[in-house]
Design a protein around this ligand. Structure first.
Ligand code: SF4
Length: 269
């Protein structure tokens, strides 16, 4: 019965996700964000000023930021406003070898805003990173990518059916984006969330490792162990957390996965 209720609620969320694809971006010079924050070590090198944009066309079963799913729930801001905030931390993040990361939600749902933010940061000498699922990679212009020093590309599963089960969407656009980034020679960190029972199958990890090894521009793969810390957020939003019964991966599983990447000559952390 619980599974049935979860399936129904996930199906509803995914219809909601399709609506995000039709949401229109605010006029030039503005965007919709959930928040900004400082982070260390997880959103690119050094200390990062991270902008969380609002709106996402996926509904990943393990998403930690369900509050960023809908553009209409976010706060309208101008690029100037965000840049003034960046300027308050500029010295601190530069000294700490960091920069600015545009994350979400899905930043490429607002390619004009994201592009302008990346350009302004890049032109002012800050290191820039774009955290994306790659599903809307076709919306990123070459100019936007030229202003992006690092792409954090989430490849959530190698198996297309598994990817769809996990996200509600097709894997192919992400792979197409990964190949384009390789053709353009843009540096990439691939991010892979290890979820027991969903992404941990040996052939799934092996397929991803083999693909990554062919690209030539991937500096590392971040293997992110699934955890349930977002469960409280779901409860506050009145949503069921679909993976409430899934346990985080144990050390043996993590070691096996790192060894699989290493076997293909891929650095994983
Ligand atoms: S792509 Fe990111 S923000 Fe969107 S649902 Fe998945 S984990 Fe959440």
């Amino acid at each position: 019965m619980r599974d049935r209720l979860l399936d129904d609620s996930t199906a509803r969320l995914r219809q909601d996700a399709a609506a995000e694809l039709r949401a229109s971006e605010p006029a030039a010079g503005g965007g919709v964000i959930e928040s900004w924050d400082l982070s260390v070590g997880v959103d690119g090198p050094g200390t990062r000023f991270v902008v969380f944009t609002c709106g996402c066309p996926l509904r990943c079963l393990y998403c930690h930021n369900p509050e960023t799913w809908r553009m209409r729930d976010g706060r309208r801001v101008t690029v100037d406003e965000v840049m003034s905030e960046v300027d308050r931390y500029r010295r601190f993040i530069s000294v700490a070898g960091g920069g600015v990361t545009v994350s979400g939600g899905e930043p490429l749902l607002q390619p004009r805003f994201t592009g302008e933010l990346l350009r302004r940061c890049h032109d002012s000498g800050l290191h820039t990173a774009l955290d994306t699922s790659g599903f809307l990679g076709d919306r990123a212009s070459d100019a936007l990518l030229a202003d992006t020093d690092l792409v954090l590309l989430d490849i959530k599963s190698w198996n297309p059916q598994g990817y769809r089960r996990l996200t509600g969407a097709s894997l192919e656009p992400t792979l197409r984006f990964a190949r384009r980034l390789a053709d353009l020679g843009r540096p990439v960190w691939v991010r892979f969330v290890l979820v027991p029972g969903h992404t941990d199958a040996e052939e799934n990890v092996d397929g991803l490792a083999r693909f990554v090894a062919t690209l030539g521009n991937v500096e590392r793969v971040d293997v992110l162990p699934f955890h349930r810390m977002a469960a409280g957020k779901y409860a506050r939003l009145g949503l069921a957390f679909p993976l409430a019964d899934v346990r985080p991966p144990d050390r043996a599983l993590l070691e096996r996965v790192h060894a699989q990447f290493a076997a293909h000559g891929v650095t994983s952390v």
